[in-house]
Design a protein around this ligand. Structure first.
Ligand code: ATP
Ligand code: MG
Length: 300
């Protein structure tokens, strides 16, 4: 087969909690995609890449089976699929290229609010509803607890009220859904973020070259997201104190100000933002025109 001419296939969630951020990441990396059409495959206009838009549950399998070369998926879904495939003696190989800065959530045990819960032993003999039977099963085994697991694809949070389960194991980000259903989060069993994964047996040199081009861009976007460009005017007499307040500013850029010898302009790229408290302290030292700007891209 003409593997040389194969376009790189990347799987992303079609619609849901990861799709907006996944798409934004591709766009920030310079991929020109027309996702307005409701197509399964979106052609990237300016690179040899196709974007496959699927249910998030399908992404680990597509990568593990080599149908897609890369994929963006939550670690929770990835780990669940890996455990399932290990039990089924199926292939479950992949490489994590990057842990991303979105899709953060936790997989937690929750019980009815009125229940006294003193640790996982309280689950002995109980019925627990979840969408993640393998992750939950692993946890219960580690804890030495025997419980019955009921697998539900949706509406897990209503299972206790519906009399289907005594407890649930579900994804939580704020806890509002749990509270609305009369439940309380009692144990976190897994912390998840979105990850970029690659299939294990990728050897095509053109595709590898493309990935080597994408990765510094992804790193650059993520670094830029958490960095700020800070500018201010500072009194020469207080320079040491001013610089000591700036996060990560060992060697800031200093520029003279036209017509003012007592002040200099300081520019610095910081890996952190500048908090209001620090800005007030700088101001108290005589600094002025303090600006904190977002950075779009960076390359070191
Ligand atoms: P699909 O239709 O693609 O199967 P879905 O309903 O299974 O979508 P979403 O609810 O869109 O999935 O969640 C996708 C992923 O987003 C989750 O697997 C998880 O990794 C992450 N996520 C982040 N925060 C939350 C949250 N509060 N609840 C659920 N998932 C979350
Ligand atoms: Mg899903």
């Amino acid at each position: 087969p003409a593997t040389e001419s194969k376009r790189l296939r990347i799987a992303m969630q079609k619609s849901g909690r990861l799709s907006v951020d996944s798409q934004a990441l591709f766009t920030s990396c310079g991929l020109k995609i027309n996702l307005r059409e409701q197509r399964l495959i979106a052609h990237v206009e300016n690179m040899d890449i196709d974007i496959l838009r699927v249910r998030d549950d399908d992404i680990p399998g597509l990568v593990m089976d080599g149908v897609c070369d890369l994929g963006i998926v939550g670690e929770n879904v990835l780990e669940e699929e890996s455990l399932q495939r290990q039990l089924d003696n199926d292939s479950f190989d992949y490489t994590v290229l990057k842990r991303l800065d979105f899709g953060g959530c936790r997989l937690s045990i929750a019980v009815p609010q009125e229940e006294a819960y003193q640790g996982p032993a309280a689950l002995e003999g109980k019925t627990i509803a979840t969408t993640y039977p393998r992750l939950l099963g692993r946890y219960l085994k580690q804890q030495g607890v025997n419980a019955r697991i009921v697998t539900l694809k949706g509406s897990v949070e209503v299972a206790p009220r519906a009399g289907l389960a005594d407890a649930i194991c579900d994804l939580v980000s704020t806890g509002a859904t749990l509270e609305a259903n009369g439940l309380k989060e009692v144990d976190v069993i897994y912390r998840s973020k979105a990850v970029l994964i690659q299939r294990k047996d990728l050897t095509d040199s053109k595709q590898l070259k493309l990935i080597n081009k994408l990765m510094p861009r992804i790193n650059g976007v993520m670094q830029a997201n958490e960095s700020k460009y800070i500018m201010l005017h500072a009194p020469r007499a207080k320079l040491d104190q001013v610089i000591a307040l700036l996060p990560g500013a060992e060697n800031p850029t200093m520029l003279p100000l036209a017509g003012n010898d007592s002040m200099v302009a300081i520019h610095v790229v910081s890996s952190e933002t500048l908090f209001w408290e620090t800005m007030e302290q700088l101001k108290a030292l005589g600094a002025s025109s303090i600006l904190v700007l977002p950075i779009e891209k960076m390359m070191e």
